[in-house]
Write a protein that binds this ligand. Structure first.
Ligand SMILES: CC(=O)NC[C@H]1N[C@@H](C)[C@@H](O)[C@@H](O)[C@@H]1O
Length: 440
């Protein structure tokens, strides 16, 4: 066994090349919360104080259970009006049928988007498990859909040649705790701090490793404090079972392969491999209140990918399916648009590394990004002007030969008075970002 259950051994693990190269993954938040599918679209994470103003007006539809437990606020009022004050969250198992779910259709769409890995919520904070776990009957095989949703999805994702990872909410389990969490402190100090709960979480995570041999272990929020000493055993078993496995950084700072960011962008890591996760709107779980206006635009989604990859990150963009198993049209449309762009421009994304310069804002308003691989440097122009326009890049970071555009638009490139001057030709109105390739 290569890895021993001790941190000195775990620390020898390095980020596998596949994870660094693939750049784009699909997050999926699907669960009991997809039945009510209701949240108050208050604002983006990081823009609202992390106190009652966030928790009682939580835009995350997957937090429905906690938002109702608050006992006040828009989600509580919606719940009482729609289901009645006595309707408890667990009763949504009677309403969740997934009657239109076809995992092969999901996998085909994700593949078309250009994504190379998929990470679904196997158990979110509500404690409902989407696989036939032997540690609780509160799962989708014993209740609700009556299917092992994770097994079916894993098979479909892998048959499309993508990697399958698992999200697990280690710290929170609202099927075990019953008080509303209305502060960051309460979220990080749930009253399920028993050894029994820590063992439950450890056993379920080990079961996920042995059942799915997932390419990513994506724990969320934190790990049970009484279970921190278990983690070297979990990581060693995982890396010995899945040699190309990789873990995120939400394990109480015990260990990580890569850092994560959620919505708010903040400073970039660059030297350290990281991943940005966010919804296309303000929520991860499907929120029927959100309209197209709450979602990033089609071109903003591409720019989000570019802005992440240029700084050594992967984008884990979230899909929030409806309870019936269909993907909302607004989300499907964005994934297909992204995929069309990737068909032409993926050489500037897959298997690239950050360049000596990542991004610059031009006087004319365009924002230019850079990526590189062994033979080329790519210049990615977001918000290009329609028709013909001239970009002037002062003190260019390179003086190598312009090779070609990626896509069916024209360009003339020259060095003039120390500037890299690029004439972009025939850019359509509302164009997605355009890419030029230079030879090293
Ligand atoms: C920073 C953090 O721990 N966020 C927890 C947050 N993660 C998102 C991916 C969603 O699953 C949220 O529902 C969850 O609370």
């Amino acid at each position: 066994m290569k890895f021993k259950p001790e941190m000195d051994s775990i620390r020898t693990h390095t980020v596998p090349q596949w994870y660094d190269d693939c750049k784009l993954g699909i997050f999926i938040h699907w669960g009991l919360y997809s039945v009510p599918a209701w949240a108050y679209p208050s604002g983006k994470l990081g823009t609202i104080p992390f106190d009652e103003r966030w928790f009682a007006y939580n835009p995350y539809a997957e937090w429905y259970c906690n938002s109702v437990r608050a006992g006040f606020g828009p989600t509580y009022e919606h719940h009482v009006k729609t289901y009645g004050a006595d309707f408890d969250y667990e009763s949504f198992t009677d309403l969740w049928k997934a009657e239109r779910w076809d995992p092969a259709q999901w996998a085909e769409l994700f593949k078309k988007s250009g994504a190379r890995y998929v990470i679904p919520t196997t158990k979110h904070h509500d404690g409902f498990c989407l696989w036939n776990t032997k540690y609780t009957d509160y799962n989708s095989y014993q209740k609700g859909p009556g299917r092992d949703l994770m097994k079916e999805l894993c098979d479909a994702v892998r048959s499309e040649g993508m990697r399958f990872g698992v999200y697990y909410s280690g710290m929170l389990n609202w099927h075990v705790t019953h008080n509303a969490m209305m502060s960051d402190y309460e979220v990080h100090h749930p009253n399920n701090i028993t050894n029994g709960y820590a063992d439950f979480a450890y056993n379920q995570m080990m079961e996920l490793v042995d059942t799915f041999e997932p390419s990513v272990l994506w724990n969320d929020l934190d790990w049970p404090l009484k279970g921190l000493d278990d983690l070297p055993y979990l990581f060693a078993h995982y890396y010995n079972t899945v040699p190309e496995g990789v873990v995120n950084d939400r394990w109480h700072d015990v260990w990580f392969d890569y850092k994560t960011k959620e919505y708010h962008r903040g400073d970039k890591f660059l030297e350290q491999k990281w991943e940005c996760c966010q919804g296309m709107g303000l929520s991860f779980g499907y929120n029927q209140v959100e309209t197209d206006e709450h979602y990033v635009s089609h071109n903003e989604l591409i720019t989000l990918l570019i802005d992440t990859v240029a700084y050594n990150g992967n984008l884990l963009i979230n899909v929030g399916p409806k309870a019936d198993g269909t993907i909302p049209e607004e989300q499907e449309s964005r994934l297909l648009y992204l995929g069309k762009w990737m068909e032409v421009n993926s050489p500037a994304i897959y298997s690239t590394k950050p360049f000596s310069r990542q991004k610059e804002e031009l006087e004319t308003g365009e924002i230019v990004y850079y990526t590189q691989n062994d033979s080329s440097i790519f210049l990615l122009v977001t918000n290009p002007k329609a028709g013909n326009s001239t970009l002037r890049i002062p003190e260019p970071a390179f003086s190598c030969d312009y090779r070609k555009t990626l896509g069916n638009f024209g360009a003339n490139v020259a060095i003039s008075e120390g500037n890299l001057v690029i004439d972009l030709l025939d850019i359509p109105a509302g164009s997605a970002p355009v890419v030029l390739e230079f030879t090293k």
